[in-house]
Structures are given as C-alpha cells and as structure tokens.
Ligand binder design. Structure first.
Ligand code: BJW
Length: 243
C-alpha cells in the first residue's frame, strides 16, 4: 500500500473507532525542537544513558545528572507543541473513548490541550525528595533552583522514571487496561525498545485491536499498518475528517 492509501485506511479505521489509544514517544516532540534519545542528534549520542538516567548514575554523581535535567528544563521553557500534538488534542474531542499514553516527560501534550494523558515515565516538571514524602511541581517558578529538599535537606530528584525503576503503578495499570480494551492502538514516534511501554501495542493486538505505527523509520513493532514519515505532517492528515 502506498502512503496515500495508508493514510486513508488509517483515517477510516480511526473514524470508526469506539475506543482509541495513542502511545507517543520522543519522536512526536522532535519537530518542536526536543532531541530524541537514540540515533543522530539524540540525547544519548556521546553520553551514557546509565550515567544520566539510572538510580545508580544519580547516586554516583547527582550534580552531573541535575546539570543535564536543568539544561533540558531551560530549553523546554521556550519550546511549543507542534501540529502532531495539536492534532491529537483535537482528535480527543471527537472520540468517545480516548487515552493518550506518553513516554515523554516534556508535558507538550498538556500544553496542546490533551486531557486523558498517562505519563508512563513521569514528568521533568516535578521534584521529588529521596528521603521524605516531599514533592513539588514546577519548582523553578517558586524560587531559585535548589536540589535539596526544603523540608528535610535530602537530595531532590526529577520526577521521571529511570532505567531499572518501576513505572508509576496506577498509571501503568491504567495503560494496560486501556491497551486491553481498545479497538485501535496507534504508536507514534518511538523506537519501541524500552519496556514495558514497548509491549503495550502487542497487548492491544492480542486483545483484538487494530494496531498502527507512525514513525520516521521502521521499528520492531509488530503492527498491522506502518506509515513512515514525520508525525507533524502525517497526524493532521490522518485525523482530518475529509480524507
Ligand atoms: C520520529 C520523528 C518525527 C524522530 N515523526 N517519528 C523487558 C525486556 C528487556 C528489558 C526490559 C524489559 N522490561 C524492563 C526492562 C529494562 C528496561 C528496558 O526496557 N531496557 C531496554 C532499553 C533494554 N526498562 C526499565 O528499566 C523500565 N522499568 C521497568 O521495567 O521496571 C521493572 C523492571 C526493571 C528492571 C528489569 C526488569 C523489570 C523503566 C524505563 C524508563 C525509561 N526512561 C527513559 C528516561 C526518562 C526520563 C527522561 O526523559 O530523562 O525514558 S529512557 C528514554 O527512552 C526515555 C524515553 O521515554 C524512552 C523511550 O524512548 P523513545 O521515546 O522511543 O525515543 P527514541 O529516541 O528511542 O526513539 C524516537 C523515535 O522517533 C525514533 O524511532 C525516530 O525515528 C522517531 N522520530 N522524529 C515521527 N518527526
């Protein structure tokens, strides 16, 4: 099937869906200027994922890890959602049941107006204390950035999920439930190598859903339809009612 026909096919499937799940990864934010993780120009290029995104890395060198997260927060402040984020927010308004599962920590889906969002890997816009229950949202808005807990003086960490850590339990169980109960599961902008997120489309497929991938390049995702291209170009076309 050529790309035009694939767009029409997926558009039809989505418009007749009664319960839609979309799962996004870093690729959907790349057209906003947020680097992806893997590949040329990705966050991990020339850096060690385990040094920057694991509990062991943080324990070894919290200052280095914080430097990386603060650089990302500073850049993200000026970054806006792109047509792919907005297309998903618009689609949600027209769907009876819609769940957006994202691996992204940038909150660009929230900025674009999406509502039913499951943040599998947490958010960069939160600080969490390692020693007491203290948590704060958007800490940089309240006071100059400090990485020590205002309640107990322990180390704060960003509210994201690192390698080897459990995903937020309630969020993950909602993601499993949505995947098992949807009739269409669309994967957008993810290499599909990080679990358990990478296994959700397979769960949906086994439960009888139609599955599709919109990505710049092929991945190992075992889906019914693959559309190769930029999410910011393809999603508005796929979701437009005229197709
Ligand atoms: C475009 C585009 C455009 C570009 N349009 N497309 C089962 C098997 C093997 C291993 C495991 C397993 N279960 C668990 C594990 C261990 C581990 C894991 O999966 N490891 C694998 C890498 C081997 N998983 C975990 O540790 C998870 N925890 C867990 O499972 O706990 C229980 C457990 C622990 C240990 C053992 C067993 C069980 C936690 C994972 C946490 C991931 N955290 C990170 C960092 C988050 C914080 C932060 O942002 O700083 O999450 S890592 C990083 O990867 C980030 C992302 O969310 C995640 C996925 O990356 P993503 O989004 O796919 O980005 P890329 O760059 O890889 O791909 C972008 C794609 O977009 C590319 O394909 C481009 O082509 C495309 N693209 N522009 C469309 N315009």
């Amino acid at each position: 099937m050529n790309l035009e026909d694939s767009i029409k096919k997926l558009s039809k499937v989505i418009h007749s869906s009664k319960s839609l799940v979309v799962m996004t990864g870093a690729g959907i934010s790349s057209e906003s200027g947020v680097p992806t993780f893997r590949g040329e120009g990705g966050f991990w290029k020339g850096r060690s994922a385990m040094e920057l995104a694991s509990p062991e890395g943080f324990e070894n060198n919290p200052e280095l890890v914080w430097q990386w997260y603060e650089e990302r927060r500073t850049k993200l402040k000026d970054i806006k959602p792109n047509p792919a984020h907005f297309a998903l927010a618009e689609l949600e308004k027209r769907c009876a049941r819609f769940t957006l599962i994202t691996q992204n920590v940038d909150r660009l889906h929230h900025q674009a107006g999406s509502k039913n969002i499951l943040e599998l890997h947490g958010t960069i816009w939160k600080n969490v204390c390692l020693s007491c229950p203290f948590e704060e949202d958007h800490p940089e808005e309240k006071r100059p950035t400090s990485h020590k807990c205002p309640k107990c003086g322990g180390w704060l960490r960003p509210g994201v999920v690192w390698f080897g850590e459990m995903l937020p339990e309630d969020t993950l169980s909602k993601a499993y439930r949505a995947s098992e109960n949807c009739d269409v599961f669309l994967v957008v902008g993810t290499s599909g190598v990080v679990y358990p997120a990478a296994g959700l489309s397979e769960i949906a497929k086994r439960s009888g859903a139609y599955t599709a991938l919109v990505n710049l390049e092929k991945t190992n995702a075992n889906v019914d339809l693959v559309l190769l291209g930029k999410a910011g170009n393809l999603l508005p076309k796929i979701f437009s009612a005229e197709v």
